[in-house]
Design a protein around this ligand. Structure first.
Ligand code: X2X
Length: 336
């Protein structure tokens, strides 16, 4: 080989390598996925599972990078939906509560004592109401793909057992996201304060608030009992579904194959996480009780007293959510 020929050969080789890496990087795509809770919790595990499945099946063409602890919105979880809509975040596995300030229909799930059990949750998310909720999300610039579950939210506090509305009288309760929660806890005679999850833990530790409400998985993993929350009431007052979703512009730049892959893996990860969350509830409750927490269960009569006390919240919020969605959900619950 002459020197000129070998230089030409070498250069061609370089150009080939550059071309190959350019085409690889044009294909390889990384999307950011926001979550509020990390993979110590089922919620974060749902997002990690989604990322794993996408990695496996796309052969590295598509990567989901999970950013937990609301870090992409500086801890302000109620801004997650807006950040995803505007493209600051590509995707998220988010709570209906945190997105409800931007999507009023999502308050459906926060209506107190409206969706009483797992069968009711599945009937709502899997039926016409669920479709209407997904349409509402899509009409606001975000593509919803699948459901997950944070779980039924239970109330805890540091003062004493709660078995009737009077027991909440004057208690300072940390609440999330939507103004609906202010209404629910005010109707029960409590003194609700809205704050992010990031701020909630120090507020519980210092005693700035007396109580909070979260699913058993969150109570257990975050060791809420260790910040003085010794009384826990199982009242299933609302279920907190999670939604896997992608920004609309990002979605439109994906090939049809990639869209199908993202949707199918989201559905799979969601089903996996919902089953796990429900399965683990029993052992979590046992672990919480072993750590010395007083657990209160309600009789039918006691439960009804809470339903009656929060009736005004239903009446105020059903029209804001949209009668069509609420009626579709009610019909699904009745037929379950
Ligand atoms: O902030 C909460 O309580 C949490 C973690 O459950 C949600 O993001 C809704």
């Amino acid at each position: 080989m002459t020197l000129t020929r070998s230089i030409a050969h070498f250069t061609a080789g370089l150009a080939g390598a550059a071309l190959l890496s350019a085409s690889l990087s044009a294909q390889a795509r990384e999307l950011s996925v926001s979550t509020v809770l990390s993979d110590a919790f089922p919620w974060g595990q749902a997002a990690e599972k989604w990322a794993e499945l996408v990695e496996e099946r796309s052969g590295g063409e598509l990567t989901l990078r999970v950013y937990p602890n609301s870090q992409l919105v500086s801890g302000d979880q109620t801004r997650e939906f807006s950040a995803m809509r505007s493209g600051l975040i590509d995707a998220a596995v988010g709570s209906t509560i945190n997105w409800s300030p931007q999507v009023p229909e999502l308050n459906l799930f926060s209506l107190p004592f409206f969706i009483p059990d797992e069968a009711a949750v599945d009937a709502v998310t899997g039926g016409e109401a669920g479709e209407l909720v997904f349409e509402a999300i899509e009409s606001r610039g975000v593509i919803p793909l699948a459901w997950g579950e944070n779980g039924f939210r239970q109330v805890s506090n540091s003062r004493g057992p709660i078995s009737q509305p009077d027991d909440l009288d004057g208690l300072k309760i940390r609440v999330v996201g939507s103004p609906l929660f202010q209404d629910t806890f005010s109707a029960l005679g409590a003194d609700p304060t809205q704050m992010s999850w990031t701020d909630a833990q120090p507020a519980l530790t210092t005693g700035a608030v007396d109580g909070q409400e979260n699913p058993l998985s969150v109570f257990d993993v975050a060791r809420i009992d260790q910040v003085g929350q010794e009384h826990l009431t199982l009242w299933n007052y609302m279920n907190d579904p999670l939604i896997f979703a992608v920004n609309q512009q990002v979605w439109q730049t994906l090939s049809e194959e990639q869209q199908t892959l993202l949707r199918e893996t989201a559905v799979e990860a969601g089903e996996w996480e919902i089953a796990m969350t429900r399965e683990e509830e029993g052992e979590r409750l046992a672990a919480i009780q072993e750590r010395g927490v007083t657990v209160t269960e309600l009789s039918d009569e006691q439960y009804q007293a809470f339903v009656d006390a929060t009736q005004s919240v239903y009446e105020k919020w059903a029209p804001r959510i949209g009668e069509e969605v609420v009626e579709a959900a009610q019909a699904a619950i009745d037929a379950r």
